[in-house]
Design a protein around this ligand. Structure first.
Ligand code: SAH
Ligand code: SF4
Length: 427
């Protein structure tokens, strides 16, 4: 979501005549687009501000702006006003579209200009986007979240859930497909509840049906799905619609019913596992990824073992793993029995080992198979190799020609690593 917001900021800057530079020292304007989901990312912002202060002292004409969901929190803005007054402009997620005007105002005035809106407005359509990739693109289908998981700051910073009009989404995807984009990722905090705020009766499976019809488009992905709203209708759409990738990112967060309840996730371990087995029976070879938090308040070794056990049962292809991070203003921040850092780290390491072990095993199973790879470009680590993704979202490196970039080619897998595959072009 933040990455895609940055693509919008880049496009607004381009329209204003700015050029992007790789070298910070050359910049006349630096914007930090922040994320507040975990504390680590916030600490990094303060670290960066220390460095930017020195740059600003050397070059007083440098303009510094900070935006993103971290700015939607009052205490953060107060801290910036107090401790980092050399910043020129602060704005939030709800008024991103006002950036050009705010930037103009910041240039006209002395000191720090702050404009953060408490509440979301109607969805802003027709913002320009400067896409960072030519073969794949992100498309927002909804904004905000109503779930209020007890650890999560997102509903407070991104506001209430609202769905984008299907006509607007279809228009954007059609334009992308006409311009040569092969893959879209539909974005929302919980895409499974798409349509609830629309006047017409339409759900996410209906939307997928319509997007699947768009000529030229080859692959449809989406994130993120909330397990509680993951319906059989959606599973059937995934199974039947040829362009929808056989991959689901279905964050489980924890494997213990007690912890799931305290997290306010609205599903049990059994319900989650049932959905996974139904999905596996409908789509053979489906790849499954997840998000997991360790060290949620009150988590015991036994609860953690439940998480490890669930991971073994599902056999995830990959997972994003997080140490629980206290977010001021969320219910979990005030829960008793916060888990000591040492225990959190210990569990985290065991969690990552298990995830990697299973991920490698699943990748090894692919050796000898031929898979369709959307070729994204030249490999970062080896300029003689191309890199791309399978329809199950696995990274594949293989020897090929530059003319393959931007096409889907069959690749036979020859070697497997934990996070990537190696292959040769299938002749
Ligand atoms: N809407 C998505 C996720 C948004 S945040 C969903 O519900 O799946 C992405 C991930 O960050 C979450 O899935 C969760 O695993 C993690 N996360 C959110 N708040 C966190 C916190 N306070 N501490 C640690 N991880 C957190
Ligand atoms: Fe946060 Fe839960 Fe909403 Fe995801 S569904 S954004 S984890 S509150």
């Amino acid at each position: 979501m933040n990455f895609h917001d940055s693509e919008k900021l880049s496009a607004m800057l381009q329209q204003m005549g700015y050029l992007e530079t790789e070298n910070k020292a050359d910049a006349e304007l630096i914007i930090i687009n922040t994320c507040c989901v975990r504390e680590n990312a916030e600490l990094k912002v303060y670290g960066n501000l220390g460095e930017l202060k020195r740059m600003k002292q050397k070059n007083p004409d440098l303009l510094l702006a900070i935006c993103g969901c971290m700015m939607q929190q009052k205490h953060v803005v107060e801290k910036i006003q107090k401790s980092y007054p050399f910043v020129d402009l602060v704005f939030g997620t709800h008024n991103l579209h006002r950036f050009p005007e705010l930037l103009n105002n910041a240039y006209q005035m002395e000191g720090l200009l702050v404009e953060v809106w408490d509440h979301e407005e109607d969805i802003q359509e027709d913002l320009p986007v400067q896409r960072k990739f030519s073969t794949k693109a992100f498309v927002n289908i909804m904004y905000g979240c109503n779930n209020f998981c007890s650890y999560c700051i997102v509903p407070y910073t991104r506001g209430r859930e609202r769905s984008r009009e299907p006509e607007k989404i279809l228009e954007e995807v059609k334009e992308l497909a006409q311009a040569g984009t092969l893959e879209v990722t539909l974005l929302g905090q919980n895409v499974n509840s798409y349509g609830k705020t629309l006047e017409e009766t339409m759900d996410f499976a209906d939307l997928l049906n319509q997007i699947n019809e768009i000529p030229g488009l080859q692959r449809i992905r989406f994130m993120t799905s909330h397990p509680a709203d993951f319906s059989e209708k959606l599973m059937n759409a995934m199974a039947n619609l040829q362009k929808v990738s056989p991959h689901i990112h279905l964050p489980v967060q924890a494997g213990s019913n007690r912890i799931l309840k305290d997290m306010n996730r609205k599903y049990s371990r059994e319900q989650y596992l049932e959905k996974i087995s139904l999905l596996k029976s409908k789509i053979s070879g489906i790849a499954i990824s997840t998000d997991i938090i360790v060290g949620f308040p009150g988590e015991t070794e036994e609860d953690f073992q439940d998480t490890l056990d669930l991971i073994r049962q599902v056999e995830y292809d990959s997972a994003f793993t997080f140490l629980y991070s206290i977010r001021t203003g969320t219910p979990a921040a005030n829960m008793e029995k916060q888990v000591p850092e040492r225990d959190k780290m210990n569990r985290f390491n065991r969690l990552v080992d298990l995830i990697n072990e299973i991920g490698l095993k699943k990748n090894l199973d692919l050796i000898g198979t031929t898979v369709p790879v959307l070729v994204e470009g030249v490999s970062k680590n080896n300029p003689n190799r191309l890199t791309g993704r399978t329809d199950t979202h696995k990274l594949v490196n293989f020897d090929g020609q530059e003319s393959h970039i931007g096409t889907i080619v069959p690749v036979t897998i020859t070697e497997a690593k934990t996070f990537s595959l190696l292959g040769t072009l299938h002749k």
